[in-house]
Design a protein around this ligand. Structure first.
Ligand code: NDP
Length: 444
C-alpha cells in the first residue's frame, strides 16, 4: 500500500467520528500524492505525514457564563494548536452551535497550508466554542468572551499562538476577548488580531478576506483570459467575508445578485444594495427578511438555494459543505465558469471533482481566502514595530500576497502535471514549505 493510502486509512480509523477532518485530510493527501510518492522513503522514515495529520495539542475547557436573568450556562471551549513549523500558531476562533473538536481540527489543518501559502511566518491553529451569539445581548456576549479568555489566556502569546475572528467572532467579540486578556495579564501584547483600530487593529483587516478573495479570483481569471467586468456573480453568506467579497466584486465591475444567511437567501436582480446589506447585518444584526423589506424588487426564500441562480462566477462565503454535488450540477447547467471559495471547505469533495471535470475554474479556500490571515499577520508586524500603516499600504500588500498565491498555485499545478488544477497546486505549494521546515527541525 502506498504511504498516502496507509496514512489515510489510519486517519479514518482514528478519527471516524470527525467527518470534516477526514474530508480535509483526504483532499490534501490526495493532492500531494505525486510529491509524496517521489519522496516516499525519506518521508516515511521521518513519519512526516503521521506528524502532519496529528495536531501538536488540543486544549479543551469549560466556559461557564451568566445570562441577563442570572442563569448560569456551560459551553465547551477549544484551542487546536495544529502545527508551528513555520511560525506561531495562527487561526481564528469560531462561536457557533455546530462547533466540536472535528470542525476545529479540520479548520486547524487547513490553516497550516493556508498560512504557508501567504509566505508569512505563521503556523496553523483554530479554536472556538459551541456558544451561539445569535439573540444574545451585548452584556451576555461580553460575559461569555471574558469567561472564554479566562481559560484561553494560559495557552496563547504573541510568539506562541495568536487567535483572530471567524464565524460568530467579529470586532465586538475580539474587543471583549482582548480586554479580558489585558486585564488578566496586565500586558498589551499582540495576542489577538482583528482588534479595533483604536487599540492596535490594522486598517483593511475587516475587508481583507473578502477583498483578498476577489484579488485572487481576478488574477486567476486573468491567467485564464477572463474578467469579472460585466459578469453576474452569486455570493453566499451575509457575514464578514460575503459582505466584503460583494463590495470588491462590485468595484471590479461584476453584478452580485445573491446573499444568504442561516435561515434564508436573497435574489436581487438589480444587484445587491451593499449599504442595505451592511445595515441589516453589521448594524442591526437582523435576518435577511429585513433586506427584502427595504428592497421590494428582491426575492427572499427560506432555506438554501443560492446556487440555483444563473451566474458566471460563484463565491461560497458562508460555511463548510454548503455547495454540494447537486448544487455543482446546477451551476454547471447554468453556465457558471468559476467557483472561488471564500469560506473554508464550502464545497464537498464530490462537488469539487464534478466542477473540475466540467472545466470550471476552481480555487480552494485555503488559497483564495488567505487574505484574512495574511492581513492578521500584517497586523502583528505593525504591532511589533508600534506603527500603523495606511489603508493603501495594507491593501497593496494584501493584493500582492493574493496575486502571489494565485501564481504559486498555478505554477505548482503546472510543475506537477496538473495545469489549471488549483486544488493540487495550492496543496502542493503549502505542503512543500511546511514539510521542509518540519524535516529541518528534527523529530518533534
Ligand atoms: P460570519 O459569522 O461573519 O458570517 C457567516 C455567514 O454565513 C453569516 O451570514 C451566517 O448566517 C452564515 N452561516 C454561518 N453558518 C451557517 C450555516 N451552518 N448555514 C448557513 N449559513 C451559515 O463569518 P465569516 O464571514 O467570518 O466566515 C465565513 C466563512 O469564511 C467561514 O467558513 C470562515 O471559516 C471563513 N473565513 C473567514 C475569515 C475571516 O477573516 N473572517 C478568514 C478566512 C476564512 P447568519 O447571518 O444567520 O449568522
Amino acid at each position: 500500500m502506498s504511504y498516502v493510502d496507509e496514512v489515510l486509512e489510519s486517519v479514518k480509523k482514528k478519527n471516524g467520528h470527525e467527518p470534516e477532518f477526514i474530508q480535509a485530510v483526504t483532499e490534501v493527501l490526495e493532492s500531494i500524492r505525486v510529491v509524496v510518492d517521489a519522496n516516499e522513503e525519506k518521508y516515511r522514515k521521518a513519519a512526516l505525514l503521521e506528524r502532519l495529520v496529528e495536531p501538536d495539542r488540543i486544549i479543551t475547557f469549560r466556559v461557564p457564563w451568566t445570562d441577563d436573568q442570572g442563569n448560569v450556562h456551560v459551553q465547551r471551549g477549544y484551542r487546536v494548536q495544529f502545527n508551528n513549523a513555520i511560525g506561531p500558531y495562527k487561526g481564528g476562533l469560531r462561536f457557533h452551535p455546530s462547533v466540536y473538536q472535528g470542525i476545529l481540527k479540520f479548520l486547524g489543518f487547513e490553516q497550516v497550508f493556508k498560512n504557508a501559502l501567504t509566505t508569512l511566518p505563521i503556523g496553523g491553529g483554530k479554536g472556538g466554542s459551541d456558544f451561539d451569539p445569535h439573540g444574545k445581548s451585548d452584556a451576555e456576549v461580553m460575559r461569555f468572551c471574558q469567561a472564554f479568555m479566562t481559560e484561553l489566556y494560559k495557552y496563547i502569546g504573541e510568539n506562541v499562538d495568536v487567535p483572530a475572528g471567524d464565524i460568530g467572532v467579529g470586532g465586538r467579540e475580539v474587543g471583549y476577548l482582548y480586554g479580558q486578556y489585558k486585564r488578566i495579564t496586565g500586558s498589551y501584547d499582540s495576542v489577538l488580531t482583528g482588534k479595533g483600530l483604536t487599540f492596535g487593529g490594522s486598517l483593511i483587516r475587516t475587508q481583507a478576506t473578502g477583498y483578498g478573495l476577489l484579488y485572487c479570483a481576478d488574477e486567476i481569471l486573468k491567467l485564464n483570459g477572463k474578467t469579472l467586468e460585466g459578469k453576474i456573480a452569486a455570493v453566499s453568506g451575509a457575514g464578514n467575508v460575503a459582505i466584503y467579497a460583494t463590495e470588491k466584486a462590485q468595484q471590479l465591475g461584476a453584478k452580485v445578485v445573491t446573499a444568504s444567511d442561516s435561515t434564508g437567501w436573497i435574489y436581487d436582480p438589480d444587484g445587491i444594495d451593499l449599504a442595505v446589506l451592511k445595515d441589516v447585518k453589521e448594524v442591526k444584526r437582523a435576518r435577511l427578511t429585513e433586506y427584502k423589506a427595504q428592497r421590494p424588487n428582491a426575492e427572499y426564500h427560506e432555506g438554501k438555494g443560492v446556487w440555483s441562480v444563473k451566474c458566471d462566477y460563484a463565491f461560497p462565503c458562508a460555511t463548510q459543505n454548503e455547495l454540494t454535488l447537486e448544487d455543482a450540477k446546477m451551476l454547471v447547467a447554468n453556465g457558471c465558469q468559476g467557483v472561488f471559495e471564500g469560506a473554508n471547505m464550502p464545497t464537498t469533495l464530490d462537488a469539487t471533482k464534478y466542477l473540475l471535470e466540467n472545466g470550471v475554474i476552481f480555487t480552494p479556500g485555503k488559497a483564495s481566502n488567505a487574505g484574512g490571515v495574511a492581513t492578521s499577520a500584517l497586523e502583528m508586524s505593525q504591532n511589533a514595530e508600534r506603527l500603523s500603516w495606511s489603508a493603501e499600504e495594507v491593501d497593496s500588500k494584501l493584493k500582492g500576497i493574493m496575486e502571489g498565491i494565485a501564481h504559486a498555485m498555478s505554477d505548482a499545478a503546472e510543475k506537477y502535471g496538473a495545469k489549471g488544477n488549483y486544488v493540487v497546486g495550492a496543496n502542493i505549494a503549502g505542503f512543500e514549505k511546511v514539510a521542509e521546515a518540519m524535516l529541518a527541525q528534527g523529530v518533534y
